[in-house]
Design a protein around this ligand. Structure first.
Ligand SMILES: [Fe+2]
Length: 294
């Protein structure tokens, strides 16, 4: 990890936006030296049973960017989420910025392109996104250098994004008392997730870690920020030097008991298109349900 350009002296301002419906935390990451910012893992609201999409959560983020006179440079997706829909195209239409994700999105598109029987019109080359990050790629948010590194396991295209002393871990890790995310989606792998988490834990101990989800285990208040040092000691799945064998056994047994995420069907179709809702031949927004396909 020391080959990565970590600079703990850069301390971005991080504003969190919690989505109660999906327990997702979206972030605005601002360069303290300029008006530049990035948005990480935005959320589009859906009432799936009514087939209705709205933008209350995204509008709150847009208002924050506008009210503070910020310039949005990036809309980052840490991975193709299976539990909420991205609002990246909606926010981009109002504020600009480039939509970026890991270059292994192609693997995810191949897998779910088949499951949703998308046909040849659906490109599986990541071209729906403005930028595809390879492991270790750097990019700028104003004067801050950010970098992304590959953390597959939960999904093949997962990446952690690091900006100064702040790392956005996606679903690689949960808060210490939440442990880790499931690794049983198509393309997921518990052993690979363990290796990715070890990579995250080689970041400096004082690195701020920002979660994509929190479910308030045990009824505690929702939290989303911790540190590498806290995870190393207290994480219930990988802390205390838990072995790979023990993690894989636990994770595999646990995943077999978990229900499918409520929004997996709409989430995958939208998020593998960089947040665009698919359209039928007449241009109407339309979602599919593959029966016994997942
Ligand atoms: Fe996820």
């Amino acid at each position: 990890m020391t080959d990565f350009p970590v600079d703990m002296t850069v301390q971005p301002q991080v504003t969190a936006f919690f989505d109660e419906a999906t327990n997702t935390i979206s972030y605005v990451v601002k360069d303290p030296q300029s008006s530049s910012c990035a948005i990480i893992d935005s959320v589009m609201d859906i009432d799936y049973f009514a087939g209705r999409i709205t933008y209350d959560h995204a509008d709150r983020m847009i208002a924050h960017v506008r009210d503070n006179g910020l310039t949005l440079e990036w809309l980052i997706e840490t991975h193709v989420h299976a539990d909420h829909l991205s609002a990246a195209p909606y926010i981009q239409s109002q504020l600009g910025g480039k939509i970026g994700i890991g270059d292994q999105i192609r693997v995810v598109q191949e897998t779910f392109g088949k499951i949703f029987n998308e046909g040849t019109a659906f490109q599986r080359d990541g071209s729906q996104f403005d930028a595809l990050f390879a492991d270790g790629d750097t990019y700028m948010i104003g004067g801050m250098q950010a970098f992304a590194f590959a953390t597959p396991g939960h999904t093949p295209a997962c990446m952690v994004h690091v900006v100064g002393d702040a790392a956005f871990v996606g679903d690689t890790l949960f808060m210490p008392d939440g442990g880790s995310a499931r690794a049983d989606f198509p393309g997921g792998d518990a052993g690979t997730l363990y290796d990715s988490i070890q990579r995250v834990l080689t970041l400096p101990d004082a690195m701020r870690l920002f979660m994509c989800h929190d479910y308030g285990p045990g009824g505690r208040d929702i939290r989303w920020e911790t540190t590498v040092a806290e995870q190393k000691v207290h994480n219930i799945h990988v802390g205390h030097g838990a072995t790979k064998e023990a993690f894989v056994k636990f994770r595999t047994e646990r995943d077999a008991t978990l229900a499918v995420p409520k929004l997996i069907i709409p989430s995958l179709q939208v998020n593998m298109r960089a947040g665009e809702v698919p359209r039928d031949d007449d241009g109407h927004m339309m979602l599919k349900v593959p029966v016994n396909g997942l």
